[in-house]
Design a protein around this ligand. Structure first.
Ligand code: MTE
Length: 318
């Protein structure tokens, strides 16, 4: 993101040729998924309803009816700078990452601060399928069939105090597992990766904690064992491998804002009318497609979320 100049981002770099030309791979992936579904090896509890081509079908009120991006593309074209800055680095370098056992430290203005074993923290939560669009700030997009639970469910369990106005999330710091965290100079980012939300955003029904994709446990490169998914915001708000949740009365400074505040803000709502200083946000390339398509306000979720930002100047609060 930060380290590329607009002129460096050729279309072939944004969507590597193998992703949009290699139809054979898509068909292979789709049949593999169909095969898995047929023999019932996908975890039944969170297996999405699948269509004729083996793709998950929209069934809930939050699902898009757009065609999901193939599993292989979702899991091989990633941003996860702890594993490297190349799109294929996360899949390659995360093979030995250990998402289990996992603990999450909850702190700050809430009634239930503690260090929780992940299984205890989310015990009893029903897993839901959500097919969401994801729009990266770099102007590419995907349609991802997530499995997870509303962030609101978790927040309610932690009982924030009325004084808590924001919630902050942090990713794991573990140089043994993340190659980029072993660098002592020429660091790409300051670690840990940090994100934050206003409480009303965090408790919005669209805000999801994802624990799976395509009915399978979340792959390491996509943020196992738990990550945020906020479909109306740029993808960088979707912090991966969360180990820390803190309730606070001060607006957190997220990683990209800290890195380049003139380019990335706290809100990061998808907005085709506010360009990134180095490229247009009016259009996007859907991974797997050749032609660009228009970007929609709030990534097409305006009906659900615009109320959250009523009266705010979205050019100022970008
Ligand atoms: N979370 C952490 N910890 N580290 C990262 O580098 N990248 C973000 C977000 N979450 C990132 C992260 C960005 S820029 C995007 S676009 C999405 O993850 C990409 O999610 P995906 O790889 O599952 O598509």
């Amino acid at each position: 993101m930060l380290i590329q100049r607009a002129s460096d981002i050729s279309s072939s770099e944004i969507t590597p040729e193998n992703l949009y030309h290699n139809r054979r791979e898509w068909i292979k992936t789709a049949s593999a998924i169909l095969g898995l579904t047929a023999v019932g090896t996908i975890i039944p509890a969170c297996a999405p309803t699948v269509g004729a081509a083996g793709e998950p079908q929209a069934k809930g009120k939050y699902d898009t009816t757009e065609k999901p991006t193939p599993f292989e593309d979702i899991t091989s074209y990633n941003n996860y700078y702890e594993f490297g800055t190349g799109k294929d680095d996360p899949a390659r370098n995360s093979k030995n990452f250990k998402p289990k056992p996992w603990t999450v430290k909850v702190e700050g203005m809430c009634k239930k601060p503690a260090t929780y074993n992940l299984d205890d923290l989310i015990k009893g939560f029903a897993t839901e399928d959500r097919i969401y669009r994801m729009r990266c700030v770099e102007a590419w997009s995907m349609v991802i069939p997530w499995a997870g639970f509303p962030l609101k469910t978790l927040i309610e369990r932690l009982e924030p105090l009325p004084s808590a106005k924001f919630v902050e999330f942090k990713t794991l710091v573990d140089p043994n597992q993340y190659p980029e965290q072993r660098r002592s100079f020429l660091k790409v980012l300051d670690w840990p990766y940090v994100e934050g939300l206003r409480m009303d955003e965090a408790t919005h029904p669209l805000a999801l904690i994802a624990t799976g994709i395509y009915g399978k446990p979340l792959p390491n490169q996509n943020g196992a064992p738990l990550r945020l998914v906020l479909p109306w915001k740029y993808g960088f708000k979707g912090i991966k491998a969360i180990v820390n949740i803190r309730f606070t009365d001060k607006q957190p400074v997220n990683t990209w804002q800290q890195q380049a505040s003139q380019e990335y803000g706290f809100y990061a709502n998808v907005n085709p009318n506010v360009d990134h200083p180095r490229w247009s946000q009016a259009r996007e390339r859907r991974i797997g497609e050749f032609f660009k398509r228009p970007t929609l306000m709030f990534n097409g979720y305006a009906d659900q979320v615009s109320e959250l930002y009523a009266g705010m100047d979205l050019r100022r609060y970008y």
